[in-house]
Design a protein around this ligand. Structure first.
Ligand code: DUC
Ligand code: ZN
Ligand code: ZN
Ligand code: ZN
Length: 484
C-alpha cells in the first residue's frame, strides 16, 4: 500500500520546493512531480514538512507525590493531533535505582505510544552502578543524553561533585549532558522564607525561582561541562540570564545548546497574579513564566540561532492534582501541558508574525533536534529513505484553543482562548495517517523506540580541559620547614 501526498510545497530546514511525496512501508520512497499511489492525500495549499519532534516530555511520571496525567497513549495522541510525530521522554530512576531497571519501567509505559519515541536518561544519584550502567545505556540501548536536575533539593537534585563525575563519564563515552538549570539550594531557601512570611499562593512560586537562580545554574553547568569536555544541552531556557550565558559560551566556541519552551515564549508571569487560584496554580511550572524582557530574549535567540529548539516540557496535572498545593505553593505539582499546541502556537506567534521563516520553523521544531539528539535523517527530514513522519501543514486552517476539544487527559489548557492559524491537515507517523483532515485515527502501540547512539562529539576546542587534565608537578628545591 502506497500513499502519495499530492500538490503541496515541501518545506525542510533548508529548502522550499513544489513536489509530491510518496510513502511506502513506513518510509519516504520517492519525491518528485506527478507521483501515483494507492491512496492520495490532497496537500493543495499546504506545506509538507518533517513531523515535529518534542525533545522534552514527562508522560506518566511519578513526581511531587503523584503521577503526571497524560500517559504515552493520550500524550502521543495529543502530539500527533498538533503535528508532532516523535517525543523524547525522561526515564527517571528513583534514588538508588539502577538505570537499566528504570528503562524497563519506561518501556512498559511507552508500549502504548501512538507515535515514535525515545528517552533521555536522568541521573538522579551517583555511584559505581550508575557509572557502569551509563556505558550499557549508550552502547546497547541507544540513549546518548543524560539529564541532571540542579533543582528539586532532597528529591531529584544532584550536587556539583555528582554532576562533575557524571559529566566526566559522559565525555569519556561520547554522550551529551542535559541540565535543568536552577540553583536548588537557593530555591529551597527562598521557598522557606516566603512560606514563613505567609506567602503561600501560586504567585510565590514565581518569587521563589527568580531568573538569577537560572542564570547562576546555567553558568555553573557550562563551566563544569567545559572542565569535563562534555557537550551541554540546557533544557527549558526561560530567561535572558540563562540565554546570555549560552550565547557567551557559544561565541567562545563551546558546544552548548539551549531549548526554550513554547509556554515561556507566549505566556508571561501575569498569569500567576490571576484572581482565580486554580488559574494561577494550573500554570505553575519550573522555571516559572517570566516578563516581556525575557520573552523578547528567547525570541531573539530563536531568530539569531543562539537558541536551537522549541520544546514543551509537557508534564500535565489535573486541577484536582494542582489543589494539593492549596495553602502551600511548594506542594503544587510543577508542570504544564503543550504537546498538542506547540507547533500551531509557534507558527502563529513565530511564522505568521514574520519572526521565523517556515524553514526556520522546521529547524527548531524538528531538524535541529534530530541532529543534536543523533537520529537525523531517520527523523527530522523529508528525504528518500527517511521515516515517513510528515505533517501536511495548512497555513489557513484556524481554531481557538479549548480544553473541551483537546486530546490531553487534563481538564484545562494553559492556552485556552488563544487563536491559532496554521494547523495540520494530515499527520503521518511512519506512513500511518494518524490525523486525517481533523479526524484522529491514532493507533495505540504503533509507536516504536528510536535508538540514538552516542556520536562521539566533544566540547573541547577552546576549553581549559587539556591543561586541567595534564597536571605537571613542579620540582622544587626550596621547601619551607613546618612546625615553626
Ligand atoms: N519542571 C516542571 O515544571 N515539571 C516537571 C519537571 C520540571 O523540571
Ligand atoms: Zn526541568
Ligand atoms: Zn522537564
Ligand atoms: Zn483568525
Amino acid at each position: 500500500m502506497s500513499t502519495v501526498i499530492k500538490g503541496g510545497t515541501v518545506v525542510t530546514a533548508d529548502l522550499t520546493y513544489a513536489a509530491d511525496v510518496k510513502v511506502e512501508g513506513g518510509r519516504i520512497v520517492e519525491i518528485g512531480p506527478n507521483l501515483k499511489g494507492d491512496e492520495v492525500l490532497d496537500a493543495t495549499g499546504c506545506y509538507v514538512m518533517p513531523g515535529g519532534i518534542d525533545p522534552h516530555t514527562h508522560l506518566e511520571m511519578p513526581f511531587m507525590g503523584t503521577y503526571s496525567s497524560d500517559d504515552f497513549e493520550s500524550g502521543t495522541r495529543a502530539a500527533l493531533s498538533g503535528g508532532t510525530t516523535m517525543v523524547v521522554d525522561f526515564a527517571l530512576p528513583s534514588p538508588g535505582q539502577g538505570l537499566i531497571d528504570a528503562l524497563k519501567m519506561w518501556d512498559n509505559k511507552a508500549g502504548r505510544a501512538t507515535c515514535d519515541y525515545s528517552y533521555h536518561m536522568a541521573v538522579t544519584w551517583w555511584g559505581e552502578q550508575v557509572f557502569d550502567e551509563m556505558k550499557t545505556v549508550i552502547e546497547d540501548h541507544g540513549i546518548n543524553t543524560f539529564k541532571h536536575f540542579m533543582a528539586y533539593k532532597g528529591a531529584l537534585m544532584v550536587n556539583d561533585d555528582e554532576m562533575y563525575a557524571s559529566f566526566s563519564r559522559l565525555a569519556e563515552l561520547g554522550g551529551i549532558a542535559l541540565v535543568h538549570a536552577e540553583n536548588g539550594d537557593v530555591v529551597a531557601e527562598l521557598t522557606a522564607k516566603l512560606l514563613a512570611a505567609g506567602n503561600t499562593g501560586p504567585e510565590a512560586h514565581a518569587y521563589s525561582r527568580p531568573a538569577q537562580v537560572e542564570g547562576e545554574a546555567t553558568n555553573r553547568a557550562i563551566m563544569i561541562a567545559d572542565m569535563t569536555g562534555v557537550p551541554l544541552y540546557v533544557v527549558h531556557v526561560s530567561s535572558e540570564d540563562a540565554h546570555e550565558a549560552i550565547r557567551r559560551a557559544r561565541s567562545l566556541g563551546k558546544r552548548v545548546w539551549g531549548e526554550p519552551l513554547i509556554q515561556h515564549l507566549t505566556l508571561d508571569e501575569s498569569e500567576y497574579f490571576h484572581p482565580d487560584w486554580d488559574h494561577a496554580a494550573r500554570r505553575v511550572m519550573s522555571p516559572p513564566f517570566r516578563n516581556k524582557k525575557h520573552q523578547d530574549s528567547l525570541w531573539a535567540g530563536l531568530m539569531s540561532g543562539s537558541l536551537s529548539v522549541v520544546a514543551t516540557d509537557h508534564c500535565a496535572f489535573t486541577t484536582e492534582q494542582k489543589r494539593f498545593g492549596i495553602g502551600d505553593f511548594s506542594k503544587i505539582p510543577n508542570g504544564t501541558g503543550g504537546l498538542e499546541d506547540r507547533m500551531p502556537m509557534l507558527w502563529t506567534h513565530g511564522v505568521a508574525t514574520g519572526r521565523l521563516t517556515p524553514n526556520e520553523f522546521v529547524a527548531v521544531t524538528s531538524t535541529n533536534i534530530a541532529k543534536i539528539l543523533n537520529c537525523y535523517p531517520k527523523k527530522g527530514a523529508i528525504l528518500v529513505g527517511a521515516d515517513a513522519d510528515i505533517v501536511v501543514w495548512d497555513p489557513e486552517k484556524e481554531k481557538t484553543i479549548a480544553a473541551s476539544a483537546q486530546q490531553s487527559a487534563i481538564d484545562y489548557n494553559v492556552f485556552e482562548g488563544h487563536h491559532v492559524k496554521g494547523l495540520p491537515r494530515f499527520t503521518l507517523t511512519r506512513g500511518h495517517v494518524a490525523v486525517h483532515d481533523g479526524e484522529i485515527r491514532t493507533r495505540e502501540g504503533h509507536g516504536q523506540f528510536v535508538k540514538r547512539p552516542g556520536n562521539g562529539t566533544v566540547n573541547r576546542a577552546l576549553s581549559t580541559w587539556k591543561e586541567l587534565t595534564a597536571p605537571r608537578p613542579v620540582e622544587r628545591t626550596g621547601i619551607p620547614a613546618t612546625g615553626v
